[in-house]
Write a protein that binds this ligand. Sequence first.
Ligand SMILES: Cc1ncc(C[n+]2csc(CCOP(=O)(O)OP(=O)(O)O)c2C)c(N)n1
Ligand SMILES: [Mg+2]
Length: 656
Amino acid sequence: MTSTKSGALDAYRQMSTIRAFEERCLELGTEGLVSGSVHVCCGQEAIPVGAMSALGERDRVVATYRGHGWAIACGVPLEPLLAEICQRAGGINGGRGGSAHLAAPQYRLFGENSIVGAGVPIAAGLALAADARDEDAISLVSIGDGAINQGATGEGLAFAAARNLPLVVICESNGWSELTPTATMMRASITARAAGYGIEAHEVDGCDPAAVEAAVAAAAATARQGQGPVFLECRTVRLLGHYNRDIEHYRPKQDRAFAEEQEPLARARASSELSEEQLDAADAEARAAVDAATEAVRAMPEPDPAEAREHLFAAPAPDGATVEGEEGPGEELTYQKAVNSALREELANRPELLVYGEDVGGAGGIFGISRGLQEEFGAERVADTPIAESAILGSAVGAAMAGMRPVVEIMWGDFLLVALDQLVNQAANVRYVSRGELQAPLVVRTQQGVTPGSCAQHSQSLEALLAHVPGIKVGLPATPHDAHAMLRAAIADPDPCLLFEARSLYQVKGPVDLEAPLEPAAGARLRRRGGDVSIITWGTMVAPVLEAADRLAERGVAATVLDLRWLCPLDLDAISEAVALSGRVLVAHEANLTAGFGAEISAGIHERHFDELDSPVVRLGAPDSRIPAAPALQRALIPGVEDILRCCDELTGATV
Ligand SMILES: Cc1ncc(C[n+]2csc(CCOP(=O)(O)OP(=O)(O)O)c2C)c(N)n1
Ligand SMILES: [Mg+2]
């Protein structure tokens, strides 16, 4: 307890250690031992020290990017911590995270975040996991005052408030939003804004570790009782610049003077609670510990470049994952029912599975995908959310990191765009930058594509955008059977998976083998073999391609049809086989052509199979246009059977 004398001395010792550590980071930055920027927390030490003395062993922390102090207060040893900041092999994350992405879950630290505000939804997800398992654990997230203006912060608070999650949000209110005074960017007070979510919000003296400890202890108790979240604005000071090379030309002298007076070490010296000797001895002890860590780090090698590609995924894609032939036999189900059935099976078999999204719970989803599931499995496991895509995706990252399997629905693929950060900067990075200390096995289901009358913001085909991002698996089930099998595969996979379903296929029926063995989240389906032309496709274009193949067969032209199913991982063996079968390749997709995934397939074939080609690869996709609502205009843009036939004729030299 920091409120007792021995507690106060211990708190001072920890704060002094953080200060000495931060000053050393700055020196090592000047020396060149740290590459890039470092953001130190000098002046803010009382917040992590006070907060962590109020938390228990099972609680979890997500820190601001200015988070070295949080790592130290969580108990991460100085040597591997400093090594990480110096990007050395012996760093806690092998030099992959560096100063801004420290992660040490064994010490309760579930990562810093250098996207301001992004940690709030993630911490809400950690709290969701704790709540789902009745763990009696809370999660705590620290953000800056500038992060209050971020959408992710608001969405995370709304999400946590809607579910009464055991979350404590700490705002390290140092008055600065990078180089701009925060007060000039806000009209309402920070606590008033937080209180607007209907949650407890308090101002705390953030330069006094005992005050912080008391506030966090009370907040944690509220959160543990299921009355969370609680927001604490810890008023503090930024003693130094925003980052190590900040010359602070914008900062008034009196602001610096105020910070020097208020910072917690100066405050401890100004008070008579601890003697000068005690404080000096604590400072000396702190410096000695930091010196010892520094010597060890200086002797450490840089990470081995041979390991630079490791830890993107849990394991490489398995060999031999290609599936052969059309599906069947099986139960005749619509695509929609097939997804529903996979969710039901997985909810029944995996207690760690959570299904949530907008309208997903009570109403069963706007497309009826989750109908009946809440009745069967309860509102804790099949849940509605606020209309807050960053919170949906970010909480899935947090819940997955804490051992749950979230399957979240983003109602329309186009809505991924308002929350891409949580997929691209967060989910995709978790395993790699932590060097496998953390993982985020979540599944995002969404649907995309054009249907008659669908408007410009509800029609795009976005698979290439996401398949471009290393660290996320991307699949597009084209049939009811694959909608079932690929969803089960994604749920079993240890990495983030994104499934683009197709709204236009939801009512399409087909055989679903409900007893099929679990597949890996990989593997194309070689639907037809034919020696005259090979069509590589996926998603909504599979059906028209098969129809075109039938029409070609009537004319004596034998077509290979390869349905890629997964764009990441890409089934290169299946592509090789498709090329070898005919030497004439068409790649067809609904998305527009420029930088579409067809460009990737075509380039790869030219690079790897140039000698096997009889003619250059042909690509078919929508022209580079926006999507109109009028069906007549849509038909003019979206490729169909006739376009596929025309391309095949071009390739085979046929005249029609
Ligand atoms: C989403 C996002 N926008 C902008 C930035 C650039 N940036 C890095 S730190 C920072 C200031 C954040 O201010 P605050 O949240 O108050 O944290 P502090 O630096 O004061 O600790 C900004 C704008 C970022 N990292 N992320
Ligand atoms: Mg700030």
